[in-house]
Design a protein around this ligand. Structure first.
Ligand code: SF4
Length: 318
C-alpha cells in the first residue's frame, strides 16, 4: 500500500518491475521497496486520496508475480546495495492481497541477514488469521487506520464490499496481542472527511486500547485523483491535541505550513510540552529562533527530556 509519506521511487536500472529504491530516510535509513502488484493497481480500497488512478476494488489479486520473480529481483538489488537497512513490502494497491505473502516472507527471511523487513498495509485483512501469521514474521508492521466508523471507511477509503471496520479494529487488537515487533499506525486525514472531532474522538478511544508504538498523522501531500483537500500543518497540530496526551502522535506531513514561528517563554514552552510532546520538526515550525534557544537551555537544565519511539524523537516536560 503506497502512501503519501513513504512512497518509494522507482529505480528502473535496478529491477524493472518489482523493486523500488533504494531511498534514504531518517526513520528507515536506506530502504528497498518491493512492489507486490507491479502491473496494475490491485486493492480492496479505492481511497479518495489515492495517488493511483481510481480502480474497481477486489479481494484477491488477479495479476500475480511469482515468489521467485520477487526474490530473484530482491537478491539482485541486495547484491548491488549491500548496506540496505529495510526491505519494505508494499504494492500498487494492498500487499496483503498477494496470495503467497507468507511464503514470500519466509523466503526473504532466509536470505535477508540483518536487514529488517517492514510492511505498509491498509489493515483491511488484519482479522484474517493467515495474514496475521504472515505479518508476525516481519520486523516491523505499519497499518493504516483512517477511520473508526464504517460510514467513514465507506466514504473515504471506499472499501470493498464486506469489509467491516469493527473486524479491522478487533483484528488489530488480536494481532497486537501476539506481535513482538513495533506496530505503527498511520492515519491520513482529509478535510471534511475524517477530521471531525467525533471521528477523532472515536479513533482516540480505540487507539488507547490498541497502544501502538507510534501514531503517524498525515494528510494529502500530492494531488490525488479525486478533488479532496489536505489539511494545513496547523489543522494537523490541532488534531494531534485532540488525542490523549499519552498517545505518541507524530505529525508526518509538514508541507502546508500557514503560520510563522512564534515566541514562547520558558513557562509557555513547559506548558506546551506538558500537554503534548513535540518532535524536533514541530519545534522548528512552531518556535522562533529565540524560543528554540530557550528550549535548548531548558533541556540542559533537565526541565525537558527527549524520548524516542521507534526512531522518532519527541521532547516532553520532565
Ligand atoms: S489503500 Fe487506498 S491509498 Fe493505498 S493503494 Fe489502496 S486505494 Fe490507494
Amino acid at each position: 500500500m503506497p502512501n503519501n509519506s513513504e512512497r518509494l521511487t522507482l529505480n528502473a536500472e535496478l529491477s524493472p518491475k518489482v523493486i523500488f529504491g533504494p531511498i534514504h530516510s531518517r526513520r528507515f535509513g536506506k530502504s528497498l521497496g518491493v512492489d507486490l502488484s507491479p502491473g496494475k493497481k490491485q486493492c480492496n480500497f479505492d481511497c479518495l486520496y489515492c495517488e493511483l488512478d481510481p480502480a474497481k476494488t477486489m479481494d484477491a489479486y488477479d495479476d500475480v508475480v511469482s515468489v521467485e520473480e520477487v526474490t530473484t529481483a530482491l537478491k539482485l538489488a541486495l547484491k548491488e546495495h549491500d548496506d540496505i537497512d529495510f526491505i519494505t513490502l508494499t504494492a500498487n494497491g494492498e500487499p496483503t492481497l498477494y496470495p503467497y505473502l507468507s511464503e514470500l516472507i519466509d523466503e526473504i527471511n532466509a536470505f535477508k541477514g540483518t536487514t529488517k523487513t517492514l510492511i505498509l498495509s491498509n489493515a483491511a485483512k488484519i482479522d484474517d488469521p493467515k495474514i496475521q501469521e504472515a505479518l508476525l514474521k516481519l520486523d516491523e508492521v505499519k497499518l493504516s487506520l483512517d477511520c473508526a466508523t464504517q460510514k467513514c471507511l465507506r466514504k473515504l477509503d471506499r472499501s470493498h464490499t464486506g469489509i467491516d471496520i469493527e473486524n479491522i479494529k478487533a483484528g488489530m487488537l488480536d494481532f497486537k496481542s501476539k506481535y513482538n515487533g513495533p506496530l505503527v499506525i498511520e492515519i491520513l486525514i482529509v478535510k471534511n472527511l475524517n477530521d471531525s472531532e467525533e471521528e477523532i474522538a472515536k479513533l482516540n478511544e480505540y487507539l488507547l486500547k490498541l497502544q501502538p508504538i507510534r501514531i503517524d498523522i498525515g494528510t494529502i501531500d500530492r494531488p490525488p485523483a479525486f478533488d479532496v483537500k489536505p489539511l494545513s500543518y496547523e489543522d494537523l497540530h490541532h488534531i494531534a491535541h485532540l488525542f490523549d496526551p499519552s498517545l505518541p502522535v507524530y505529525i508526518a506531513s509538514r508541507k502546508k505550513v500557514e503560520s510563522k514561528p512564534s515566541s514562547y517563554s520558558d513557562e509557555e514552552i513547559l506548558q506546551t510540552l506538558s500537554k503534548r510532546p513535540l518532535s524536533p520538526e514541530d519545534i522548528v515550525i512552531l518556535f522562533d529562533d529565540e524560543s528554540q534557544k530557550r528550549l535548548e537551555r531548558l533541556i540542559k537544565e533537565d526541565k525537558i527530556n527527549s524520548i524516542e519511539t521507534n526512531g522518532v524523537k519527541f521532547y516532553k516536560k520532565a
